[in-house]
Design a protein around this ligand. Structure first.
Ligand code: CMC
Length: 392
């Protein structure tokens, strides 16, 4: 064990080569396949960006049309999978419901699970991109006791998801194009982030040659953690706490600085970005517009901005290079769109899905891939003899 380097949290350990996403944490740069996140957020769509991440190039018109069509055709869930939702408690959090349903997909498509069969991997990828939004919407519908709607295959991915989430069978749900566009853009911002915790999980599980559904299900569970995807919901809970305390952020920040167990300024800090998170800059610029359009939420936005301003000038945060991350403002936008807090991390999962798929595929195709198997530095007792019960 003398040769083993201890690196908790893999801060300095590269586990793979990757062509997908480039991050320069000091310069605040994020690029998917070489394209700056700012340009993709402005000009691309989530479906197009998913194609880019998975296949390495922006699709031409024909490729995009085929990809879009395939996704639209696979949005429905098997009727038996829909029964699955009845088995969960009504107040079940939608994240474990989502991961369970995604795991169950490998029971519905057993003949298409070979990780080395490329056409089947293509099909599984499309099935995931198409069905995860449907599963997510059904998890929500189930939690509020409303009936499931069938997907409308004339609608785009985001529009379909909005209708499945907020529509009712007897009503004609009107999609607000500004909301659809803003949500699409937020999904692009979340689509990949190289070797983050959930993506590393997907790669690790996949390195054992577990199938794509099983690997993605594991990634969803990793994302559920409050330090990762759960942060967007935690930010809102934090802001609500401050609002209910007469908008007094000082007391909260004091607790953060005193490092009270479990108290952090949620939505702040990042393992890689030590200057600013370029995704946060984009979200910050768009937050006010969409929140004002949808009405409400201004008070919370003001608290968030005050908190940000404060932290950016406070020694504790400056010394540790803690800046707002992508999740600092997204929750406020999701809330203004009408999503309950429990759905925030689900939205992150829908967004991160193409990144997980792209990494899993890259990992499977890479001849250098070996099963993920970190070592350890053993710190337990040296050899000792078994002690019989009457001697303990
Ligand atoms: N509030 C207060 N102190 C913090 C925070 C925070 N949000 N983040 C880090 N610190 C402190 C930490 O206590 C430590 O201080 P010290 O050196 O005195 O012990 C120092 O900063 C370094 O922190 P760390 O925990 O070693 O950093 P990390 O790279 O292991 O963790 C992080 C990164 C994102 C988990 C962490 O910054 C954090 O918990 N942030 C809040 C949760 C959050 O917003 N997560 C979303 C991340 S972005 C979306 C995603 O990828 O999921």
């Amino acid at each position: 064990t003398g040769l083993i380097t201890l690196d908790p949290g893999f801060v300095n350990t590269g586990a793979c080569r990757s062509d997908i996403t480039y991050i320069d944490g000091d310069a605040g740069i994020l690029r998917y396949r070489g394209y700056p996140i700012e340009e993709l957020a402005k000009n691309s769509t989530f479906v197009e960006t998913s194609y880019l991440l998975m296949y390495g190039e922006l699709p031409n018109q024909q490729q995009l049309a085929t990809f879009t069509d395939q996704i639209q055709r696979h949005t429905m869930l098997h009727e038996d999978l829909k029964k699955f939702f009845d088995g969960f408690p009504k107040d079940a959090h939608p994240m474990p419901v989502l991961s369970s349903a995604v795991s169950a997909l490998s029971t519905f498509y057993q003949s298409a699970l070979d990780p080395f069969d490329e056409p089947n991997v293509d099909l599984s990828s499309v099935r995931l991109l198409a069905k995860v939004p449907t599963i997510a919407a059904y998890a929500y519908k189930n939690s509020i006791g409303q009936p499931f709607l069938y997907p409308d295959n004339n609608l785009g991915l985001v529009e379909n998801f909005l209708r499945l989430t907020f529509g009712l069978p007897a009503e004609n749900y009107e999609i607000d194009p500004d909301v659809a566009k803003a949500l699409d853009m937020l999904l692009i911002l979340h689509a990949d982030h190289e070797q983050n915790c959930s993506t590393s999980t997907v790669r690790m599980v996949g390195s054992a040659q577990a199938n794509l559904f099983a690997s993605i299900s594991a990634g969803i569970n990793a994302l559920f953690g409050p330090l990762h995807g759960g942060a967007n919901a935690a930010v809102l809970t934090m802001l609500e706490g401050i609002r209910d305390n007469e908008g007094n952020a000082d007391e909260f920040v004091k607790k953060v600085k005193n490092k009270e167990p479990g108290v952090r300024l949620m939505g702040f800090g990042h393992r890689v970005y030590k200057n600013y998170d370029p995704r946060a800059a984009i979200v910050r610029d768009t937050a006010r517009g969409i929140i004002e359009k949808l009405g409400g939420g201004d008070e919370m936005l003001d608290i968030a901005m005050k908190l940000e301003e404060y932290a950016l000038h406070d020694d504790y945060f400056v010394e540790r290079k803690l800046y707002p991350n992508v999740d600092f403002y997204t929750g406020l936008i999701y809330q203004a769109m009408g999503f309950p807090t429990e759905m925030f991390t689900v939205l992150f999962a829908i967004g991160r899905l193409p990144g997980w798929i792209a990494h899993w595929r890259e990992m499977i195709d890479d001849p250098d891939t070996r099963i993920g198997r970190p070592r350890q530095v053993y710190t337990g007792p040296t050899e000792r003899s078994y002690v019989s019960m009457d001697q303990r």
